[in-house]
Design a protein around this ligand. Sequence first.
Ligand SMILES: Nc1ncnc2c1ncn2[C@@H]1O[C@H](COP(=O)(O)OP(=O)(O)OP(=O)(O)O)[C@@H](O)[C@H]1O
Length: 263
Amino acid sequence: MATDVHRPVSPEAVPASETSQATPSTQATQAVHVAGLTRAFDGRAVIDRLDLDVRPGEFVALLGRSGCGKSTLLRILAGLDRDIEGTVLVPRRKAVAFQAPRLMPWKKVWRNVLLGLPGKPGRAVAEQALKEVGLDHRTDAWPKTLSGGEAQRASLARALVREPDLLLLDEPFGALDALTRIKAQRLVGELWQRRGCAVLLVTHDVEEAVLLADRVLVMDDGVIAHEQRIDLDRPRDITDPRFAELRAGLLERLGVDTAAEAA
Ligand SMILES: Nc1ncnc2c1ncn2[C@@H]1O[C@H](COP(=O)(O)OP(=O)(O)OP(=O)(O)O)[C@@H](O)[C@H]1O
């Protein structure tokens, strides 16, 4: 797996020894390796010496109160923000899907799927990815004619066509209605199992995190403040008491009063 090292924009911000501390063995065993990552806005460290490792093929969900820095971390891993201090090692093949599908309205669905891909791949490549997300019947559609769920699936196809070793998802289901959301969650779970890539999913939905992830992380005060392994068989049963227990534990970590919720 080819690896990108995201170095600070100003190399002097971090001693060279810190940016090169990841050994070849770290690169081989982790899909993501983050050490001592700091990102400040206007002198305020939103991410503050954060450490994070994700194994190849692991599904990790990231929770945390609004504004705690989840999207900032994801953007850094995607290589969209390099104004950082610390070490970030990610696979070269990575893809990101956001809450808003971000399709170009003047390009048909299949052209959107191929957008930005090197080497001028043909329509068949897009069609294959669209088939995988159940959207091949909309290959020639214009984005404005897609439903919210369809647009999100087109966005997922655009991510898949890059054959990522790391898939970064920033609240991809946040804007969907409840039923479409359940279908989209199921689809992502299936795609992950089929593709075997590592996934980092930013979400506000604790149930979604427990449903999909191998490991759930809670971000607070600029670091990963809590980690919960989800050792439930798949497909997961939300009526399983252990599911409810894990969900309640995470809600508590997030400061939600589950007793009040039940009342
Ligand atoms: N470009 C920027 N300039 C200044 N401040 C920023 C910038 N981007 C993010 N921030 C600030 O950094 C903090 C973290 O933002 P971020 O979007 O990462 O939070 P989040 O955990 O993803 O929030 P939410 O769950 O509400 O999406 C916020 O206080 C935000 O205002």
